[in-house]
Design a protein around this ligand. Structure first.
Ligand code: AMP
Length: 628
């Protein structure tokens, strides 16, 4: 079947299409209705069906390939390397599931996971899935303040963490950051389960903190039956940034997520049982949730959990793994490749990476030089794919396993099955013609695996995503354009969300952190193009004691103090690359900050239409601050 036919069927008859795809996973109770869309935009997939993500990821493979590799956990930081077959992973997950139960976790409870990229992190997530607990992973790069906000929203009964992690040879004190977050949180968890790696100090809090290894030793022979869940029960919450400072908990189901991921492995990612899939993301991001934790195992492949960076201690770290474990498919982000590109390629070429067939890249626009570098240096095709935390799997890509349609530089391809993508004119809401810029939207219902709602806030879900146009379509908040051949190009966000090294952050979040600093009267943060990270944050600050800051030394000190504050509160990846002090900020007469004009000036572009600006001198100030 051609991809075009496959796609059209998914749009014209989604129920029949997805009922067929649902055969890719095991159901304990078959579903009676593929889709319930009686209450749009809330879609419920595979109603009446009961299944379990952990069963489909592990138990299902036990009869056919118990001794095949399932999990490969490598830390380039500590040198530790552990592998688990499906049989061993099954045993480990059973132990951890029993540990969670001992600590009072049951079906529907939230378990917050704040962990480095170690085997226990992956095992914990699968254990949650096994017993029907809802996992909520917070990326390890987030610091206390951001972590506390996520604790308060999810209200976990248990947090699983570790003493520390490591990145580029630098230890990150998870336990300390977690303790600080818990002291800030209004809804602290009753228990904290901690893996002690001997990397960072670990002062345990009596009656609350529990040592992972000690508890594991009490459950070595545990057998915990899978809890069969309704397809539309919640499997996880994953927080993402929006335009307000408050993060949104993207809630995902069980059955729809399993079916969607299994389908993508067969059609886009070439998942073959017995193969090895290496996704370099982090379990704290959606790409990691989908393509480290679940999808490879759902396809019977081994998955790699990697702690480290692509360049530490040198650039061979990834390629050693590819060679040793015969990785066939890799998934990463353009930023990581741009970092690698700066180093000599010998450390890559010295490894036999002939097992590698394709590299998938997502998370931010893939620029031409980076795409060409991959093809030249690795000698394999690169597949750009476009998606969001909300979608959970690619909205656009090339379904390589179904189609020999060539990729097109700069384009993440064409809409994937199930996504009825359109481009709408921002003002009129009319559909755009080819080569006309518009907002990328998706007609409901969203396909299986996508956001069900915002955790605890259906109203925010509807208002944020479905109320932008006069008919209910899901807004991606991305600009896009489609060429004459149907290829899409993503042209950046329409809102105040920025993308730093593939990490999505709302400028509001950074602004809120900075505005809490003693000497800040007002602040505006914009995302500015960066050759390696895609974008970096740049802040413009009106100090309370304006004049003193014009002195260079004082300004430098203040800049560093503010950067440290962002490090401490949000995490190092949100740190503004530069902070400029100004006496006014450009606003419209109605008081709206002209962030896009500021961004354009920072990037050396024309700031565009400024007829609504209150005081043009504010832009002169911005230029002066930038040294123009
Ligand atoms: P996140 O939710 O963190 O995955 O970020 C999603 C956003 O990243 C999207 O709304 C896009 O702005 C951007 N993005 C993701 N993948 C791509 C891609 N392949 N090309 C261009 N932008 C992308």
């Amino acid at each position: 079947m051609s991809y075009e036919t496959f796609y059209q069927r998914s749009i014209n008859d989604p129920e029949a299409f997805w009922a067929e795809q649902a055969r890719r996973i095991d159901w304990q109770t078959p579903f009676t209705r593929p889709l319930n869309y009686d209450n749009p935009p809330f879609a419920r997939w595979f109603c009446g069906g009961k299944t379990n993500l952990c069963h489909n990821a592990i138990d299902r493979w036990l009869p056919s390939q118990p001794e095949a590799l399932a999990l490969i956990a490598v830390s380039a930081e500590t040198g530790e390397e552990r592998t688990f077959t499906f049989r061993e992973l099954h045993a480990e997950v059973n132990r951890t599931a029993a540990m969670l139960q001992t600590l009072g976790v049951s079906r529907g409870d939230r378990v917050l996971v704040y962990m480095p990229m170690i085997a226990e992190a992956h095992i914990t997530l699968l254990a949650c899935a096994r017993i029907g607990a809802i996992h909520s992973v917070v990326f390890g790069g987030f610091a206390s303040h951001s972590l506390a906000a996520r604790i308060d929203d999810a209200r976990p009964v248990l947090i699983v963490s570790a003493d520390g992690g490591s990145r580029g040879g630098k230890v990150i004190p998870y336990k300390k950051l977690l303790d600080d977050a818990i002291s800030l949180a209004e809804y602290p968890p009753k228990r904290v389960l901690l893996v002690d790696r001997g990397l960072a100090p670990m002062q345990c809090v009596a009656e609350r903190d529990v040592d992972y290894a000690t508890l594991r030793a009490q459950h070595l022979d545990a057998q915990v039956p899978v809890v069969w869940l309704e397809s539309s029960e919640t499997s996880c919450i994953l927080y993402t940034s929006g335009t307000t400072g408050k993060p949104k908990g993207v809630q995902r189901d069980v059955g729809g997520y399993a079916v969607a991921l299994a389908t993508t492995m067969a059609t886009i990612f070439g998942g073959k049982a017995g193969g090895v899939f290496f996704c370099t993301s982090d379990i704290g991001w959606v790409v990691g949730h989908s393509y480290i934790v679940y999808a490879p195992l759902l396809a019977g492949m081994a998955t790699v959990v990697f702690e480290g960076t692509p360049t530490w201690p040198d650039c061979s770290v990834w390629w050693k793994i590819v060679e040793k474990y015969q990785v066939s498919r890799m998934f990463s982000a353009p930023t990581a490749i741009r970092v690698l590109k700066k180093f000599p390629t010998a450390q890559i070429r010295n490894h036999d990476i002939s097992s590698l067939e394709v590299l998938y890249l997502a998370g931010e626009p893939l620029d031409e030089p980076t795409a060409s570098w991959v093809t030249e240096t690795l000698g394999i095709p690169v597949i750009d794919n476009y998606w969001q935390t909300e979608s959970g799997w690619p909205i656009m890509a090339i379904a390589r396993e179904l189609s020999d349609r060539p990729t097109r530089l700069g384009s993440p391809g064409v809409p994937m099955f199930g996504y009825h993508v359109k481009l709408l004119n921002e003002h009129t809401g009319q559909e755009c013609a080819a080569n006309e810029k518009g907002m990328v939207v998706i007609e409901g219902p969203l396909p299986p695996g996508c956001i069900q709602t915002i955790w605890g806030n259906d109203e925010r879900f509807v208002n944020t995503y479905w109320s932008l146009f006069d008919r209910p379509v899901y807004a991606t908040f991305d600009w896009g354009i489609r060429d004459d051949d149907g290829y899409y190009f993503i042209l950046g966000r329409t809102d105040d969300v920025i993308n730093i090294a593939g990490h999505r952050l709302g400028t509001r979040e950074i602004e809120e952190s900075i505005s809490g600093y003693g000497n800040v009267a007002e602040v505006a943060v914009v995302g500015v193009k960066d050759a390696v990270k895609g974008q970096v944050a740049v802040a413009f600050v009106i100090p309370k004691q304006g004049d003193s800051l014009l002195l260079r030394d004082v300004a430098q000190e203040e800049e560093q103090a503010i950067q440290h504050r962002v490090d401490d509160q949000i995490g190092h990846f949100g740190r503004p690359a530069r902070i400029y002090f100004v006496s006014q900020l450009p606003k419209t007469r109605s008081g709206k900050m002209l962030r896009r004009a500021m961004q354009a000036i920072c990037e050396g572009r024309d700031p565009g239409d400024l007829t609504t600006i209150e005081d043009p001198n504010a832009l002169v100030e911005i230029r002066r601050a930038l040294g123009e």
